[in-house]
Unconditional design. Structure first.
Length: 234
């Protein structure tokens, strides 16, 4: 405290202009000290924020491990369905098609089935086939399905339904399936009762879809999925 008083007395004895100079020097020194502290604080802030930014970028750059997709059908289901298949290969066209063993082998037989396949290495297609064989022409124009009381209609484009004859006559339909038609097949598979009407220009024939046919339909859908097919986009 005595030291401060002595300095103060000496300061008061100085000339006014010299007092002003000293005051300015002291103010300048305090300003320099304050700026140094602020710079240190800013540097500290910058030093702290940089690792945070780096950490954030690192987290964004690191992809999350994706879980393995669950197979649509199990290996056991696929193998079981494949054991029911009849395979038709074409070495020239490099194609392979799978049909259930319960489906007709020839076009001049009555039948209702689906089949799958296509070129090796490509996504399989899904097709359905409706066949009529009899002594009388029906000249089929459309098909109706009554599934547990609900009616669905299929009207192919002109010329899609083929015809031929020998001792008897036969008419058959064979075309790639749409997602809506796949949904109909699934309803038939799960139905208690399913009846198909072959609707001709003058006559028609009603056919009940049997349990063995339903099982055959399911076998083919399972194989289709096991080969990589998508029932929502066949």
């Amino acid at each position: 405290m005595n030291m401060i008083k002595k300095v103060w007395l000496i300061f008061r004895q100085l000339k006014t202009w010299l007092q002003i100079v000293i005051v300015l020097i002291v103010i300048s020194l305090f300003g320099a000290l304050g700026g140094s502290g602020s710079s240190s604080t800013d540097s500290g802030t910058s030093s702290t924020s940089t690792p945070k930014s780096a950490t954030s970028e690192s987290a964004e750059a690191t992809p999350e491990e994706s879980a393995s997709p669950t197979p649509v059908v199990s290996t056991a289901e696929f193998k079981s369905a494949m054991s029911h298949m009849r395979v038709k290969k074409d070495a020239v066209k490099n194609t392979k098609y799978y049909r259930d063993q319960s489906s007709p082998k020839y076009v001049n037989q009555n039948g209702f089935d689906v089949y799958t396949g296509g070129s090796d290495g490509s996504t399989p297609g899904l097709f359905w086939e409706i066949q009529y064989e009899g002594s009388d022409w029906l000249f089929i124009k459309s098909y109706f399905f009554n599934v547990d009381g609900f009616t669905y209609e299929l009207t192919p484009d002109y010329g899609v339904i083929k015809t031929d004859n020998d001792t008897n006559v036969w008419e058959w339909y064979n075309e790639a399936m749409t997602a809506e038609q796949v949904d109909l097949i699934q309803r038939i598979i799960n139905s208690k009762s399913a009846v198909m009407r072959l609707n001709g220009s003058q006559y028609y024939k009603d056919v009940k879809i049997s349990a063995s046919q339903k099982a055959g339909l399911q076998h083919v859908l399972t194989v289709f999925q096991g080969l990589g097919g998508d029932l929502t986009n066949p």
